[in-house]
Design a protein around this ligand. Structure first.
Ligand SMILES: Cc1ncc(COP(=O)(O)O)c(C=O)c1O
Length: 373
């Protein structure tokens, strides 16, 4: 088989960056002010305005944001946090940072988000917070979790631009919510994140804790609480501000690519595609993850795609079955059957704005052939 030429390879993800981003970053470089300057509050204000929320705090990653949001929700030693096992590991790890316990609840087989009935069954008197994840950009059923009256921290890292069925943007329901800006996200700052909070005192706490515990009115090197270095640089904030201005364009382009995939992959027997929007909810397209037909050899499919220069990845593995979680909490196969079934069959295909119709067709054809359909 001939080797695949570099220009024919299709990566999993690629950010959409242009001259506006270059100008914004250059301006910061030329200003000489690389941290804690004007780009930070400008990015935060623009982001909050876009979402229609009162407060936003930029941080160095989604993981850092989840950590600070859980602290702001009062999660501490020995508490339980009910969350999804079908997520990127950071959502559960952030609970461990505070020596609390992630209590997993199985997911809905269509949306792949936490099943509200399973979440309700997992609540105990030690539950301090609920941590739903809007996985793959599909809005989790947060309204169904609100009935418990517990603090909610939304992991919206994959869901910038998604909308709940009542029209509320994901992250704007008045709970602590966290977005992430890693390079594969709908909006990127390279690395970065944003924490949404309802009131000024919570924002103040988060802003202080991201900056080593320094209150805004305190002098340099004076600190009145435990904090971290979770700051986002001026370069990243400027990049984020420029990306925010083209967010609608990027979201629309992602939706177009998803629609092309849906057409190209239609009719492959046993292949499950991401669930369509239901009941007025709107997904923000982050990845295009399919579930392979039962019995298909996923490793062989990945190898067959790779031979044609097409990247793909199992996505996501079940968190409770990772060795850290098995060893620390004694988790075993069979505990969360819906999650485990999806995790064992899931495959992320190349997905990013700018993926051409021809490339989508190539991926679909290669997948069809690899599955022998
Ligand atoms: C669901 C989810 N939670 C948390 C994170 C963590 O974000 P970051 O990689 O910016 O720390 C990510 C991003 O990768 C994610 O997809």
């Amino acid at each position: 088989m001939r080797p695949v030429a570099a220009e024919e390879r299709i990566p999993l993800a690629r950010p959409l960056l242009g001259e506006a981003e270059e100008r914004a970053v250059l301006e910061v470089l030329r200003s000489g002010r690389l941290s804690l300057g004007p780009a930070l509050p400008a990015f935060e204000r623009a982001f909050a305005a876009r979402l229609g929320v009162a407060h936003a705090s930029a941080v160095s990653s989604g993981t850092a944001g989840l950590h600070l949001a859980l602290r702001a929700a009062g999660v501490t030693d020995g508490d339980e946090v009910v969350t999804s096992p079908f997520s990127f590991v950071a959502s559960a790890n952030a609970v461990l940072f505070e020596r609390a316990r992630p209590v997993f609840a199985d997911v809905d087989p269509l949306t792949l988000n936490i099943d509200p009935d399973c979440a309700a069954a997992a609540i105990t008197e030690r539950t301090r917070a609920l941590l739903p994840v809007h996985v793959f950009g599909y809005p989790a059923d947060v309204p169904a979790l609100e009935v418990h009256g517990l603090p909610i921290v939304e992991d919206a890292c994959e869901a910038l631009g998604a909308v709940h069925s009542d029209g509320t943007p994901v992250g704007a329901r008045g709970h602590l919510a966290v977005f992430a800006f890693y390079a594969n996200k709908q909006l990127t700052t390279g690395e970065g994140g944003m924490v949404i909070s309802r009131d000024a005192s919570i924002k103040q706490r988060i802003d202080s804790e991201r900056n080593q515990g320094r209150a805004p009115d305190m002098e340099w090197l004076d600190h009145d609480r435990l904090g971290f270095n979770y700051r986002l640089s001026e370069l990243a904030c400027a990049l984020g501000g420029a990306q925010l201005q083209r967010l609608d364009q990027m979201l629309a382009e992602r939706a177009r690519v998803a629609a092309r995939y849906r057409e190209a992959l239609a009719g492959i027997e046993g292949l499950e595609l991401p669930c369509p929007d239901r009941g007025g909810a709107r997904r923000s397209w982050f990845v295009f993850v399919v579930a392979l037909p039962r019995g298909a050899d996923r490793d062989a499919v990945i190898a067959a795609l790779r031979a044609q220069g097409i990247a793909s990845k199992p996505y996501l593995p079940a968190i409770h079955l990772m060795s850290l979680y098995r060893e620390r909490f004694g988790h075993r196969e069979g505990e969360f059957p819906v999650c485990e079934d999806v995790a064992s069959r899931s495959l992320a295909l190349p997905f990013f704005p700018g993926l051409s119709e021809g490339q989508v067709a190539r991926v679909a054809e290669a997948l069809r052939a690899a599955l022998g359909r």
